[in-house]
Design a protein around this ligand. Structure first.
Ligand code: THU
Length: 146
């Protein structure tokens, strides 16, 4: 492991910190259609934290979820891998990422990546990525056709 990778792994934020950021960034959600505010905060392999909120659109299908906002911010800033993510919403229940966000996450995380899925008060449950999307479709699933 390189020194740089080591430094990142030694500075992994606490779950509680990521959850707090996810809860707070919800305020920025643009959700005039659903009224459902979602926030996400992820820790990436470059040692940085990225946050995101849902951004809705009058053409409903153009809506971008909080998780994907944060993922696109991270990757466009040069991050290569997501090491942990927290998600929060207005609900009293833990916020479960939608199927599209699970698939997008699968491109950039390991099966054992932790997800801290929080309710509106910051109370969270921990899952691994593999629990949420086992047998995901990956680049390697296309290899035999290349
Ligand atoms: N939403 C997210 O931001 N993340 C999810 O994983 C589930 C759904 C948003 C999309 C839409 O703006 C609102 O929640 C209701 O579906």
């Amino acid at each position: 492991m390189s020194e740089c990778e080591n430094e990142v792994l030694n500075n992994i934020p606490e779950a509680g910190e990521l959850v707090r950021l996810a809860v707070n960034i919800r305020e920025k959600a643009y959700a005039p259609y659903s009224g459902f505010h979602v926030g996400a905060a992820l820790f990436a392999d470059n040692g940085k934290i990225y946050t995101g909120c849902n951004v809705e659109n009058a053409s409903y299908g153009a809506t971008i979820c909080a998780e994907r906002t944060a993922i696109v911010k991270a990757i466009s800033d040069g991050a290569k891998k997501i090491l942990a993510i927290a998600v929060s919403s207005d609900s009293n229940l833990p916020t479960m990422p939608c199927g599209i966000c699970r698939q997008v996450l699968s491109e950039f995380c390991s099966p054992d990546m932790p997800l801290f899925l929080s309710n509106k008060n910051g109370e969270y449950k921990v899952f691994t990525f593999d629990e949420l999307l086992p047998h995901s479709f990956k680049q390697s699933d296309m290899e035999d056709v290349k």
